[in-house]
Write a protein that binds this ligand. Sequence first.
Ligand SMILES: NC(=O)c1ccc[n+]([C@@H]2O[C@H](COP(=O)([O-])OP(=O)(O)OC[C@H]3O[C@@H](n4cnc5c(N)ncnc54)[C@H](O)[C@@H]3O)[C@@H](O)[C@H]2O)c1
Length: 422
Amino acid sequence: MAQIAVIGAGYVGLTTAACFAHLGHDVVCADIDEKRVTSLSKGEVPIVEAGLDAMVQENLELGRLRFVLGAGNAAGDAEFAYLCVPTPQGEDGSADLSYIETAARQIGPVLPAEAVVINKSTVPVGSTRAVERVLGRDDVAVVSNPEFLREGSAVPDFLNPDRIVIGSDDQSAAVRVASLYIGVTAPIIVTDPPSAETIKYASNAFLATKISFVNAIAAVCEAVGADVKDVVLGMGYDKRIGHEFLKPGPGWGGSCFPKDSRALVHIAESAGYPFDLLKGVIAVNEEQFQRVVEKIRAMAGGTLEGTPIAVWGLTFKARTDDTRDSPAVRIATLLAEHGAVVKAYDPAAKGEFAGVEAAADPYSVCEGAEVLAVLTEWDEFRWLDFDKVAGLMATPRVVDGRNLLNRHALERRGFAYTGIGH
Ligand SMILES: NC(=O)c1ccc[n+]([C@@H]2O[C@H](COP(=O)([O-])OP(=O)(O)OC[C@H]3O[C@@H](n4cnc5c(N)ncnc54)[C@H](O)[C@@H]3O)[C@@H](O)[C@H]2O)c1
């Protein structure tokens, strides 16, 4: 079993650290956030991710997982060092590599000879070489091993991935990285670093494209009187298309798709290819936020100024507490900018959002509301007492931004209902 350092204890780093420890490796996970390191060392997991708490606690007890402050303190004995730090969007849309470079600078001097540094962060083409330069170590190989986990199912995704991608010019380093996944059954694609880096961006951009496409089809359905729910069912049974990511909604968001799609446009343009298709995908997504706001405005009778609106859902999707670039937050704050009085409930979201009053339960936000907007697909929203909701609202009207609720059941209870594309 290997000695692994994981740099960054966020959604990807913490999952990587816990899962490698679960597979039997000795893992030291570093972060720069002292509070986070202290709570993790006590087994307290600061993010919502099914199964992660138990896995962290179990491996702390077994002594296979430790948390330390600072990347340099994790790397001294590491045979492998995984970089799982942020790569946010820079001002020009490109990926900001400063966290990666800082982490590489911190571990470079302390890594043992023959160590392998692995980029798990989503990084643009050329970053493997950039990390090599920053490390300045001829005896240390740098490998790309992008992560494809989904928040909300990060642990099962890590342990049961669709594929493992390894990008390296050094065959023996690639084989060593592949061997870390012993116990995981998945196809392993070994390629060169630029191809591995491109696979990650292309995959996210393709998924974003699928969602923008289906949101555009939903708009067509509304215009021609078709029902998008049946349309996507009919499309999805075609094996070449598939059902996944073919659900219309309020637009895509989260910590990856927005920055990664813009980064890919930037990568392509810097290399001389104007990626108009992907620019269109991004534009359709921006329009989708506005379309949902307009649906809510129309449902409210034409004006948002001074109108009480109840919002259910703030996270960018269900089963996570992550609100980074969340379409729900974007729409809720747009409603507030248009003068609406917005009260929101979300079972997991933390933090404050401009113009949005957060409440601790789904019913209180409905008191006196003119419209209820459902913006995240939390399953619990389906099973609430809609007679009670109708009684609390000024007028029982729902804009279902996720097509989550049962239109007919709501209409029977006297609600006016509109979804996306039907
Ligand atoms: N979140 C996802 O679903 C997901 C999926 C696949 C890939 N990715 C990619 O993985 C990377 C990390 O994403 P994330 O969501 O885990 O980010 P995150 O913000 O949740 O976590 C990053 C962590 O790194 C820490 N950090 C920053 N600099 C550090 C340093 N020098 N030393 C130690 N720790 C440091 C931060 O304090 C933070 O806790 C990004 O490139 C992202 O695009 C994310």
